[in-house]
Design a protein around this ligand. Structure first.
Ligand SMILES: Cc1cc2nc3c(=O)[nH]c(=O)nc-3n(C[C@H](O)[C@H](O)[C@H](O)COP(=O)(O)OP(=O)(O)OC[C@H]3O[C@@H](n4cnc5c(N)ncnc54)[C@H](O)[C@@H]3O)c2cc1C
Length: 491
């Protein structure tokens, strides 16, 4: 077992005495903090908003309005890694549950809880680039728009999702798929080091040689497990000078045929191209593809032939510098970087929260005609119901699928695409019904970042054959299962 790097500093700070031995036993041995304050606000320097106190109501909110009624005992905003360490030590010693929160976008609301404390990591948002090493160290509370912007200033980027206010921690720990995915791979595939505070109260710097099992588990094993990550180090990609983008839409009568054409072409297309197929319902139905190509828009007519051959296709394309294009995907082309955050999640944020429920699937083969029909009929049903619904398909293949399923904890490496079923503003029955009818057509896996509290057999669906190793890693680093939640490893 590697000795935590900050042992000496910690001993000086906390007046602690501890032995560092080998194996799981030693991980149970906590640093002996002489005095555990009664209140968390006495243990950390960052602000603590107690339930009902001024500022609490806003501090408690996560992105999904469905969880607005969940009121934690308190929301704490640690200043730095030391504060996170102190909070974890305090929580373990006092027997109070903690949940980490980065961007607050967990589909199932797992970064909040009613009977414990939220560690909101928004103050750990520094982004530092080491040009010589070709890496960036990113604080665990940074949001994606800030990561893209800061890295672009250094002529660099990492692949990640398009929602600007998703937190770097959640997206990375569970995978991280976006419009540069087929070209570059997942966010998690770019992690070369992680700093984490474990339940034993240590700050551990984890990489391929130091705690390699934990390093493996943190790349795809899902947020909320093993401890609280305080920062990631990413290997950087050179910033593409520009990228092409495209939209293809069809009349609804062609929706099934268009989806079939997309499933047969998008996962096998030129790797520089990543696209998302959308089936939408709400005040009507629509079928369209959005995509990004790390090349010239002049190539797109030829590359998109399989899609434009479907009757009624309407193609529009463009070319833009890379960062402005990420702002376009974020819906922020005409607003400032400060405004491009969810209201309440950062100063000046103007983007609205949402109320939704979701489920997911993966496809290993194109859909049989019956599957296409289930989906188009589901959208037609939803078009006349309450709220709105959508089924989205993220194309995989390329760099994502070149990584072996057991090389990291992210197992979904042999699929054509991820599917997500989204229901906005009510009608969860539609979601459950559509998902049930699709069972004969899908492969049984689900994306851990589209985490779904009602998913049966989620262990196999999210982690497949990697699950036993994840459980063993959790038992080693969190033997008393302090970081426990409904779909946590080993729950
Ligand atoms: C609008 C929207 C758009 C999205 N777009 C994409 C996309 O394009 N691509 C994609 O791959 N995914 C996407 N997602 C899914 C997203 O990746 C997951 O919801 C992710 O978990 C969100 O991360 P977060 O940090 O914002 O969430 P949080 O709710 O803060 O955290 C998610 C989970 O991770 C845990 N966690 C948070 N921080 C830490 C930490 N520092 N250490 C340990 N555990 C931690 C939390 O406790 C929770 O269990 C999207 C989600 C939404 C709501």
């Amino acid at each position: 077992m590697t000795e935590p790097i900050d042992r000496r500093t910690f001993l000086a700070q906390a007046g602690a005495v501890v032995g560092v031995g080998a194996g799981a036993r030693s991980l149970r041995r906590k640093p002996l903090v002489r005095h555990v304050p009664r209140k968390l606000s006495q243990a950390i320097r960052g602000p603590v908003f107690r339930r009902g106190a001024p500022g609490f109501a806003e501090a408690a909110l996560v992105y999904n309005e469905r969880f607005d009624a969940v009121a934690p005992l308190a929301v704490a905003r640690p200043f730095d890694t030391r504060d996170v360490q102190a909070a974890v030590q305090w929580g373990v010693a006092r027997g109070v549950s903690l949940r980490a929160r980065s961007g607050g976008h967990s589909y199932a609301g797992y970064s909040t809880l009613a009977d414990g404390i939220v560690l909101d990591l928004r103050k750990l948002n520094s982004i530092a680039v080491d040009r010589a090493a070709g890496t960036a160290t990113v604080g665990a509370g940074a949001q994606l728009i800030d990561v893209y912007t800061a890295l672009a200033a250094h002529g660099a980027t990492i692949p990640a999702g398009s929602c600007p206010s998703v937190g770097i921690s959640g997206v990375t720990l569970g995978g991280g798929m976006g419009l540069a995915g087929r070209a570059f791979g997942l966010t998690t595939d770019h992690v070369v080091g992680v700093q984490i505070v474990t339940p034993a109260g240590w700050i551990r710097n984890v990489d391929a040689t130091s705690d390699p099992d934990l390093f493996w588990a943190l790349r795809g094993g899902g947020g909320g497990n093993f401890g609280v990550v305080t920062r990631f180090t990413f290997r950087l990609r050179p910033l593409p000078p520009s990228a092409a983008y495209f939209f293809v839409s069809w009349p609804w009568a062609s929706a099934g045929e268009a989806l079939d054409a997309w499933l047969r072409s998008a996962p096998h297309a030129n790797e520089a191209m990543t696209s998302i197929f959308h089936l939408n319902a709400g005040g009507g139905t629509s079928a369209e593809v959005t995509g990004q190509y790390l090349g010239s828009s002049g190539d797109l007519t030829a590359l998109l032939k399989p899609l434009t051959a479907v009757p009624g296709a309407n193609l529009s394309t463009g070319q833009e510098a890379y960062l402005p294009l990420q702002n376009r995907w974020a819906g922020c082309s005409s607003i400032s970087q400060a405004a491009c955050h969810t209201v309440g999640s950062a100063p000046g944020g103007t983007l609205q929260r949402a109320s939704f429920d979701a489920k997911s699937d993966y496809l290993r083969k194109a859909l049989a005609p019956g599957g296409l029909k289930v989906l188009t009929q589901a959208l037609e049903t939803r078009a006349s119901g309450p709220g709105s619904g959508a089924i989205l398909f993220d194309s995989y293949g390329g760099a994502i699928n070149r990584v072996a399923p057991d090389a990291t904890a992210f197992v979904h490496r042999d699929v054509l695409c991820a599917m997500q079923y989204l229901s906005y503003n009510g009608d969860d029955a539609w979601l459950a019904d559509t998902w049930s009818k699709m069972r004969p057509y899908v492969c049984g896996q689900a994306y851990q970042n589209y985490i779904d509290a009602s998913l049966p057999h989620w262990q196999r669906a999210y982690y497949g054959a990697n699950y036993p190793r994840l459980v063993a890693t959790r038992e080693h680093f969190d033997p008393d299962h302090y970081f426990k939640f409904a779909q946590g490893i080993g729950a």
